[in-house]
Design a protein around this ligand. Sequence first.
Ligand SMILES: Cc1ncc(COP(=O)(O)O)c(C=O)c1O
Length: 363
Amino acid sequence: MSRPAANPHVESLRAYVPGEQPQGGGWVKLNTNEHPWPPSPRASAAAAAALADPARLRLYPSPDAAPLREAASRLHGHPAADIVAGNGSDDLLNLLIRAFAGPGRPVGVIDPSYSLYGVLAAAQAAPVVRVPFPAEGRLDPAAIAASGAALFLLTNPNAPLGHAFAPAEVEAAARAFPGLLVVDEAYAAFAEADCAALPARLPNVLVTRTLSKSHALAGLRAGYALCPPGVADILHRVRDSYNLDALAQAAAAAALDDREWLADAVSRVRAARARLAEGLAALGWTVRPSQGNFVLAFPARAGESPSPALAESAFAHLRARRILARRFPNHPLTESGLRVSVGRPEEMEAFLAAAADWTAGRG
Ligand SMILES: Cc1ncc(COP(=O)(O)O)c(C=O)c1O
């Protein structure tokens, strides 16, 4: 007997392919923008305490992740009632698309940006409208408005490009756009500015945050949405009743409350990012300025300018040395590049040494 048919739009759907996650040690893993250092000891202690408490595991957790929402409220000065917690920000993006998009209600995205959006939209049979990344790096409110999207997902800072639009540009786009503008701030902690204050002022701006990158908790799965009034109620209708487990709630709340840890971690990541960019530029690679915890770098060597083939060659050279970067071969702005996550200083030196060997044609 053959498999029963799924919904037609799911039959034709191609699953999102995450970056390679090699299990086991020995890799310099610079492909999925994880944080290079361990999380706040206060976060680990809170998770351990929750684990050691039999009641915390036996009983259901707070259905709406109250500890995390309250910590996010303290951090941003945003009402806890207008914050929704997610099992990672991917969960929130999925909820937003389920609640606001669907057949005849398109999802707008900047192209290139986070490729998961298209998969989440396709799973709800929602069309995707792609607005090209503006060549001069200025967000065009008219282009966002003309997208006709019910929901527009703006990755800011952009991944994989690293470019960040200023909050004033995002505000101008929101004012021109009748739908819900979601600012995906997965990388905002590493940027010069952020849009976390906008949802309190603009009825159609929502900001998503994750603890995966900024707080070194990718393994835990925790994120949250800063919602304009009325939107949290909509998202609660479509989320799982207990979408965050007790350990994630406890650790995420403690992590958000440890602001000194974050300030120190961000300054170390920024210093390592600057060292990586300088080192690659010294090799003759082109490096896009980045406000995330990664850079998009274009391998080059004497007499050869960047191309997809060169990028593939550099990627393979690095991988053979157990150094993982990420390729984005499907867009003209990224096809000749490698996205390299910012790692610890010794990982940056290992990466730069291998990149230097490749550039010089060694090994
Ligand atoms: C732009 C962007 N948004 C969201 C996410 C997902 O974050 P989370 O781990 O919270 O699901 C990522 C992860 O790579 C990302 O790059």
